[in-house]
Each structure stands twice: as structure tokens, then as C-alpha cells.
Design a protein around this ligand. Structure first.
Ligand code: NAP
Length: 331
């Protein structure tokens, strides 16, 4: 629920609601991003008594908003839907006192303290900042991908799967995301063609087994989609076997791309040290190269990238900030 100005209505500790003080611009802690790491950092930071702001960006909830069942987040014996988990984390963070504003950060100034975080309409100041901007789905780089975006090409099976009832679908990728999406899409599709560039999957064994046992999933090994064709919408995918160079045409209704993610660090590249793939480099625990600027979640994590690890990094960043701010009262 949003107020006219775009600010989110908050739930208070007594269960009521209030509109965030949108005139307030100075905070102890500013968290940029509202995925599992951002919300968890908000819970810990507010609970520790810090005046905390989350600027959530244009897609609050991060990647989990685009997922289906999460069955490996502890505490949910019967799994929980990704979007529901994020709504609960958001409410929990608000309940602890975090101000959440659904606005996009357009610039930052980490060169001097207090740090500045800017949206199109406001300039916020924070004594410490957590970068929790996560990562974005990677694209294949084909012309057809752009041409047919929203017309059969998708990056979100949960969002778009029901549009492809009784049609054939291609899913590109071999990781957990691709297998999860392919399995989910068998609810709607007659056949899901899983196109993977190698001869074995990267996905976890349990998810692989599930996919191998699903008769609706057909695997195209050592293959790439080299072209997407159609009139008003996607009608064909052209596959190339990378070992034999043989080309195959599949008549399809939709094509889902699930080939990994790129970290959302464009905003910070002039000021924060990034690695060769654009991930934030951590110097010590969750500290970046700038004292007082911290990072949490998929924006720096190339290894684990789970909901629980993102949440854990959010917790760690908030605890590190507590230590940082209490060690020097002048900060
Ligand atoms: P990922 O593990 O990085 O896998 C990306 C897949 O896409 C790989 O199979 C890769 O092929 C392929 N790929 C990359 N670039 C490509 C390109 N240009 N063209 C064709 N294929 C390309 O990414 P992810 O599947 O999104 O998973 C990210 C993280 O989230 C992982 O840690 C995963 O475990 C986690 N995750 C967990 C769950 C779950 O537990 N329920 C669900 C989803 C994701 P290669 O294998 O040849 O490199």
C-alpha cells in the first residue's frame, strides 16, 4: 500500500499504521535495497536502536518476488512462496521501526561524512550505509531477446508462466534457476525444452533429479539459442548444437532466460571497489573499501547466493555497523 507521495504506510508496534515522516532526511543507517539482506539489516539495525531508512528501489523484495516456492528457508516445513516471505520480512522490519520508502536511488556521495544518498526528489544523509542492491537477471545478448521482450521472452516464470498454457516453451540455462523455472513451467506447458550450453547441469542434485523425472522436460545438451523468430510474438527458437553445429528449429510460444545474474553496482562503481564482474569487494567482514559503507547479499556474494545467506549477510552488516558507530561516538 502506498501513500500518494509514494511513501509506504508503516505498521506500528501496536499493530496500527502510520505514514513515514517523509520530511525526515537524516538517519543513522541507510540501507539501499529491499531483498532478504536489506530487510534483515533493517530488522537488526532498528532493533539495535538506530534510526534506519530502507530505500527499496523499484522492485521491493528483490529476486524473490519472481520466485515460486522456497523450500530451503528454515522455519517453513511446507515451503513458503517467495513473494510472501518478502512481505513478511518487510513487515517485520517495519515493526522494528524501519522507515521504508519505495523510491529509487539515483546517486550517492560516499566521499565525505555524513554519506549522501539521493533519489530523484530527495537527498538523504546517513552516518553509515549498507549496499544491498542485489543482482539482476543476465541477458543472452540476442537481438530477438529485445524484440520479443514481453512478447514471449521472459525472465520470470512465476510472473509469465500462466500465459503459455498448452504451448511449448524453451528455458535457457543449467543452474538452479533454470531447473526451478522449467519444473514450474510444466504446470502450464505441453513441453518445456531445457537448452543448456554444456553436457551437465550446474543445478543442485535434488533439483536435477526432479527435472530428470519430469516427463514434460526435454533436455537439449551442448546447445545454445542462436535466434528467436516470430511475427507479433515469439514463434520459433533456433538452436545450435555447439559440438556438431547442427541447427534445430523449435515451434514455441515462450522463451525463458535463466542464465544467472549481474550485480547491481552501476551506481557505486566510481566510489566503491568492485571486482572484475562488478561485485562489491569486501575488505573485512561486511566492510567495503570505504569506512562506514557496508555491503550485504548478492551484490557481493558470488558463491552462496541463497535467501538465507543474503539474510545472514544483512544481519552481519547491521552488527558491523553497530560496532562501527558505537566505537566512535563522533561518527
Ligand atoms: P547460476 O548458478 O550462475 O547458473 C547460470 C546457468 O546459466 C549456468 O548453467 C550457466 O552455464 C548458464 N549460462 C550463463 N551464461 C550463459 C549464457 N550467456 N548463455 C547460456 N547459458 C549461460 O545462476 P542461477 O541458476 O540463477 O542461480 C544463482 C544462485 O541462486 C545459485 O547459487 C543457486 O544455487 C541459487 N538458487 C537457488 C535456488 C533454490 O535453492 N531453490 C533457486 C534458484 C537459484 P554453465 O553451467 O555452463 O556455467
Amino acid at each position: 500500500m502506498s501513500a500518494d507521495d509514494g511513501a509506504t504506510i508503516l505498521e506500528t508496534k501496536d499493530g496500527g499504521s502510520k505514514t513515514p515522516d517523509i520530511k525526515k532526511t537524516k538517519f543513522d543507517v541507510i540501507i539501499i535495497g529491499a531483498g532478504p539482506s536489506g530487510y534483515t539489516a533493517g530488522i537488526y539495525s532498528s532493533r539495535a536502536g538506530y534510526d534506519t531508512l530502507i530505500l527499496s528501489g523499484i522492485l521491493p523484495g528483490g529476486q524473490l518476488v519472481n520466485t515460486t516456492e522456497v523450500e530451503n528457508y528454515p522455519g517453513f516445513e511446507n515451503a513458503i512462496m517467495g513473494p510472501d516471505l518478502m512481505i513478511d520480512m518487510r513487515k517485520q522490519s517495519q515493526k522494528m521501526g524501519t522507515t521504508i520508502i519505495d523510491d529509487e536511488v539515483v546517486d550517492v556521495d560516499f566521499r565525505r561524512k555524513p554519506f549522501k544518498v539521493l533519489t530523484a526528489s530527495e537527498e538523504y544523509e546517513g552516518r553509515a550505509v549498507i549496499i544491498a542492491t542485489g543482482a539482476t537477471p543476465r541477458k543472452m545478448g540476442l537481438d530477438g531477446e529485445e524484440t520479443f521482450a514481453g512478447k514471449g521472452v521472459s525472465y520470470c516464470a512465476t510472473c509469465d508462466g500462466p500465459f503459455f498454457r498448452n504451448q511449448e516453451i524453451v528455458v535457457v540455462g543449467g543452474g538452479d534457476s533454470a531447473i526451478e523455472e522449467a519444473t514450474f513451467l510444466t504446470k502450464f506447458a505441453t513441453t518445456v525444452h531445457l537448452v543448456h550450453r554444456r553436457g551437465e547441469l550446474r543445478a543442485s542434485k535434488v533439483m536435477q533429479e526432479r527435472a530428470f523425472n519430469n516427463e514434460k522436460i526435454k533436455f537439449h545438451w551442448d546447445s545454445a539459442v542462436i535466434d528467436i523468430k516470430g511475427d507479433q510474438k515469439v514463434q520459433q527458437a533456433i538452436l545450435k548444437n555447439l559440438k556438431t553445429n547442427e541447427e534445430t528449429t523449435l515451434d514455441i510460444g515462450g522463451l525463458f532466460v535463466a542464465i544467472g545474474h549481474n550485480p547491481n553496482t552501476e551506481l557505486f562503481k566510481e566510489q566503491i571497489e568492485l571486482d572484475d564482474k562488478g561485485y562489491v569487494v569486501l575488505k573485512n567482514q561486511t566492510h567495503t573499501n570505504i569506512e562506514g559503507i557496508f555491503a550485504a547479499g548478492d551484490v557481493h556474494d558470488r558463491t552462496y547466493r541463497q535467501v538465507i545467506t543474503a539474510a545472514a549477510f544483512g544481519c552481519m552488516a547491521a552488527i558491523d555497523i553497530d560496532k562501527y558507530l558505537t566505537e566512535d561516538a563522533d561518527k
